[in-house]
Design a protein around this ligand. Structure first.
Ligand code: PLP
Length: 406
């Protein structure tokens, strides 16, 4: 694929009629190397954040060997893309046929669960013809933890309550070759303390159950940078996780895992959209709530934007900005993104806008509703609109968020 320098170069070269997704392989590779080098344990990529096969290959080439998959389709996708990857089926409620196919056809040995029913399901689906449960299972019990520090809660749907954890951990220990405890603090966790609080709950569960634990999996939730959301450096998260983990009563050979989705792929994609109509400070653009801007519409997420014009590149400082909201292309009133999105006061029909930081839960969310959703794809080499990994933060720590470039 031809590599353009940036979004403006794409617009000049092809004036895309439909939304265009821009891939930044260098940004995804840098994020992966950061986790591989600096997280004090193993990093599993949570595939749901962006299931692009190209992205998954980039992560693998950058050292990510383990993949958190949540459906049989994700199992097949990653196995077909990466024959040697380790797949971990971390959805606590699975169809028996999915467990069976994952175990018997795709070599999946790691499963999560949050109930005795799911444990029975896993036993039945992995057993051989004589009904013997295999001795090579790694089973991770998902604990319910608080989402209070996160922008998107994951606290209600999954996770075993502390009150039931001892029974489930003991029953799972009977079956598992390797026993893990996992949790998810919620996505875009704005404070490292979220992980300390969750790990203290893990400690209570282990003590209560008096079982030997082999894996502590702190899940996802590692943040990226968006307008109005500038989290502390990731080293701060890794530091407190490492210290708290070291003090847990686990097996001497225990492993620490994490499952970043957003943090590994947010910087991988941005999108070029076109203004089809302007009504005051409302812009009608050609992607929206049923496209890559799902989170912008449904949970009010803000993404960085810039208009793609030659003069903006020349004297950015002099352009007067004002807050805009967006309407997407479908006929649905809900196809509305409140923003605010700060753009030049003179934005007009026919202008192209780049929306940044759409690699996580953006590019992955596109649907074909109402006949929209077709997308062009380009590769660009410039920097993402924000980065956790460049060391250009306002408040860089001594260690600075930088990893070696290849
Ligand atoms: C969604 C999910 C992740 C990834 O979460 P991020 O907030 O994107 O890092 C990790 N683990 C599980 C089990 C998930 O459901």
């Amino acid at each position: 694929m031809h590599i353009h320098h940036d979004a403006l170069a794409v617009v000049r070269a092809s004036a895309p009629e439909q939304p265009a997704i821009l891939n930044r392989p260098h940004a995804a590779a840098r994020a992966a190397r950061f986790f591989v080098e600096k997280f004090p344990g193993k990093s599993l990529y949570a595939v749901k954040a962006n299931p692009s096969a190209d992205l998954i290959r980039i992560l693998w080439d950058s050292g990510v060997t383990h993949y958190d998959v949540a459906s049989i389709v994700e199992v097949r996708l990653v196995r077909e893309t990466l024959p040697d990857a380790t797949l971990c089926f971390m959805h606590p409620v699975k169809a028996p046929s999915a467990i069976r196919e994952a175990y018997h056809s795709y070599g999946v040995r790691v499963f999560s669960l949050d109930s005795l029913e799911e444990l029975e399901k896993i036993k039945a689906a992995t057993a051989d013809a004589d009904g013997n449960v295999p001795e090579d299972l790694t089973l991770c019990v998902r604990l319910r933890v608080s989402s209070e520090y996160s922008e998107l809660s994951l606290a209600s749907k999954f996770g075993c309550d502390l009150a039931n954890a001892a029974e489930l951990l003991q029953a799972t220990r009977q079956v598992a070759d390797s026993l893990g405890v996992c949790f998810h603090v919620g996505s875009q966790s704005m404070s490292p303390h979220a992980y300390v609080q969750a790990l203290e709950r893990v400690r209570a569960a282990i003590v209560d159950a008096s079982v030997l634990v082999d894996i502590i999996d702190v899940g996802g939730g590692f943040p990226s940078i968006y307008p109005g959301m500038e989290p502390p450096p990731l080293e701060d998260y890794f530091g407190v996780i490492d210290r708290t983990y070291e003090s847990l009563p686990v097996s001497y050979s225990a492993e620490l895992w994490c499952e970043p989705g957003r943090a590994l792929c947010a910087e991988y994609n941005s999108m070029i959209v076109r203004v089809e109509r302007r009504r005051g400070t409302e812009l009608y653009i050609n992607d929206g709530a049923y496209g890559a801007l799902f989170d912008a519409a449904h949970v009010g997420w803000r993404f960085p934007v810039r208009v793609l014009r030659d003069q903006v590149a020349n004297d950015e400082a002099e352009i007067e900005l004002e807050p805009f909201s967006f309407y997407g292309p479908t006929c649905d009133d809900m196809d509305h993104m409140e923003g605010p999105f700060e753009l030049p006061v003179d934005v007009k029909v026919g202008d192209y806008i780049e929306v940044g930081m759409l690699g996580a839960y953006g590019a992955a969310m596109k649907t074909a509703f109402n006949g929209f959703g077709a997308t062009d794809v380009f590769e660009v080499s410039d920097e993402p609109m924000a980065s956790q990994y460049r060391g250009d933060r306002r408040d860089p720590r001594v260690s600075d968020n930088v990893v070696s470039l290849r």
